[in-house]
Design a protein around this ligand. Structure first.
Ligand SMILES: NC(=O)C1=CN([C@@H]2O[C@H](COP(=O)(O)OP(=O)(O)OC[C@H]3O[C@@H](n4cnc5c(N)ncnc54)[C@H](OP(=O)(O)O)[C@@H]3O)[C@@H](O)[C@H]2O)C=CC1
Ligand SMILES: O=C(O)[C@@H]1CCC=N1
Length: 270
């Protein structure tokens, strides 16, 4: 595994986050290849990370042991069609991070025999605080699973699932999840400003509170429900606020939002 080469097809946000995390964990940049249609993007990436770059996806596919497909789901069929003959010949491990794109889709586009790991990371991978769900299709061996775990584990925690459908739920929870927390941060910053705090202070108070709450929840033995109760003095300010959330159907909205994300993930499979 030490010398295996890893190639990213698409040098966007997620691919550069993963590559940056791998390098921060001690993987040599020379083991990493990246392709993208944009020369400017590649110049930026090679300057920042010192990885190999190419505008031609096939140049990358011809060299590597694991191919991380990191283009938008809508691009995946055409990207795979171009890669098909090289993948059939060389049989690299294919790691897909695309939302919704299934193993069956990838087998249709790349060939039946290709070893495939489907993953769902999230953008906190940028700061090595990602959470990734992984599913290994039939035919993936232990060393290939270890390689996939090395790539995704470089940027945070990894969780293996035995059935592929679970990845749609993972997409709706942790893949899209950072956006839900960012929305709450935005709303709380707006509310802070509406209460007369200046914008810079509002932002700092909200972000530090979000970070502190997450740290407390991660390090505490108590669950989020207990931690919430500890903030909520009877008849106090938090109780007044939580009552407004509950009356507005906050929990039901969260359930409905996550269900909508899951449904969209299933639709993206086509
Ligand atoms: N963003 C997120 O939070 C998450 C995203 N994902 C998945 O990761 C994948 C990538 O997302 P993200 O990084 O956000 O998207 P980006 O748009 O940032 O990255 C995709 C990159 O692929 C490039 N590209 C387009 N066409 C091709 C092609 N034919 N060959 C090679 N590269 C190409 C794009 O170039 P150009 O911009 O010029 O089109 C772009 O640089 C998606 O499938 C998404 O579902 C998974 C988990 C979380
Ligand atoms: O919104 C999306 O489709 C992608 C997948 C999960 C997060 N972003």
């Amino acid at each position: 595994m030490a010398q295996q080469l890893i190639g990213f097809i698409g040098a966007g946000n997620m691919a550069t986050s993963l590559a940056g995390g791998m390098i921060a964990k001690g993987i040599r940049p020379a083991r990493i290849w990246m392709s993208d249609p944009s020369r400017d993007r590649l110049d930026e990436v090679s300057q920042q990370h010192r990885v190999h770059v190419a505008t031609d996806n096939l140049e990358v596919a011809q060299r590597v042991d694991a191919l991380v497909l990191s283009v938008k789901p809508q691009m995946m069929a055409s990207v795979c069609a171009d890669l098909r003959s090289v993948v059939a010949e060389r049989r690299p491990l294919v790691i897909s991070i695309a939302a919704g794109v299934t193993v069956a889709n990838l087998r249709d586009w790349l060939g039946e025999e290709v070893p495939i790991v489907r993953c769902m990371p999230n953008t906190p991978a940028l700061v090595q605080a990602g959470a990734t769900g992984l599913y290994a299709a039939e035919g993936v061996d232990d060393s290939q699973k270890a390689l996939a775990a090395q790539v995704l584990g470089a940027v945070g925690l990894t969780f293996w699932f035995d059935n592929e459908q679970s990845l749609d739920a993972v997409t709706a929870v942790s893949g899209s999840g950072p956006a839900y927390f960012f929305l709450l941060m935005e709303a709380l910053i707006d509310a802070a400003k509406a209460q007369g705090l200046d914008a810079a202070t509002a932002r700092q108070l909200v972000l530090q509170t979000a970070w502190g709450a997450a740290q407390l929840a991660i390090t505490s033995e108590a669950g989020p429900d207990v931690l919430r109760q500890r903030v909520t003095s009877p008849g106090g300010t938090t109780a007044a606020a939580l009552e407004v959330f509950e009356e507005a159907g906050f929990r039901e909205h969260v359930q409905a939002a996550v269900a909508a994300a899951r449904e969209r993930s299933e639709e993206l499979a086509g």
